[in-house]
Design a protein around this ligand. Structure first.
Ligand code: GDP
Ligand code: FE
Ligand code: FE
Length: 197
């Protein structure tokens, strides 16, 4: 299938060449899972597939280079993102998707941009890419992925699965003594409020 004349095969070939073996395998897992979830929840399967394929495309770019791009192109939602190695690959992947892969569809670009921290009022596509990234079966550790899969299977709610995912992320960041971005905290509080409504 083609979006803006670029095929999934062309993207896959590029990924194979530019990502580590593990990251490539992860991406293929996200691709499969995103298509599966798109079918299940009635989202655009093609868009979900493209967003999944490109969600981590910038992951192997050296951090300093990512920071340069982010400053130059004014890509980060907040300055704190520019100093966070773990988060910055998401807006940079969205930037590459737009400029290098010529993806003009804003829904796809947004799903890539917010796949790490999420945001309030996510679209169905945003949610699918976010969850597919956390529960793909090829590389994700069972300790983090299984509780999210369990919530999704039990409730059929992407929102509840996302809440579980953010909860696990925050716990893991605390355990690793890593800084929790304000966006992550805001999003967690928002999801909590939504879930008790
Ligand atoms: P990946 O790119 O497929 O490995 O997955 P993600 O894009 O979802 O996340 C990459 C990393 O970002 C994970 O290790 C998360 O724990 C981390 N991360 C998510 N939110 C935050 C945050 O608020 N602060 C920090 N420091 N890291 C975060
Ligand atoms: Fe990522
Ligand atoms: Fe990923």
């Amino acid at each position: 299938m083609t979006i803006n004349y670029i095929t999934t095969d062309t993207i896959t070939d590029w990924l194979k060449e530019h990502l580590s073996e593990e990251r490539f395998l992860h991406t293929m897992g996200v691709y499969e899972m995103a298509e599966e979830l798109a079918e299940k929840f009635g989202a655009d399967k093609n868009k979900a597939g493209i967003a999944a394929l490109l969600h981590d495309c910038a992951k192997e770019i050296p951090f300093e280079e990512m920071q340069e791009i982010a400053y130059r192109e004014n890509l980060a939602i907040d300055k704190s993102w520019i100093n966070c190695k773990k988060i910055l690959h998401a807006p940079i992947s969205a930037y590459l998707a737009k400029t290098y892969f010529k993806i003009s569809d804003k829904e796809i670009i947004d799903a890539i941009y917010f796949h790490t921290v999420g945001k309030k009022d996510m679209t169905l596509l945003d949610k699918i890419v976010f969850i597919a990234d956390k529960i793909e079966t090829k590389t994700r550790e069972i300790e983090y992925a299984q509780p999210i899969r369990d919530v999704l299977n039990a409730t059929n709610s992407l929102d509840k699965a996302i809440l579980k995912s953010i909860e696990l992320t925050i716990k893991s960041l605390v355990d690793r003594e890593l800084e929790i971005n304000f966006q992550t905290v805001d999003f967690y509080n928002y999801l909590l409020k939504m879930s008790v409504k």
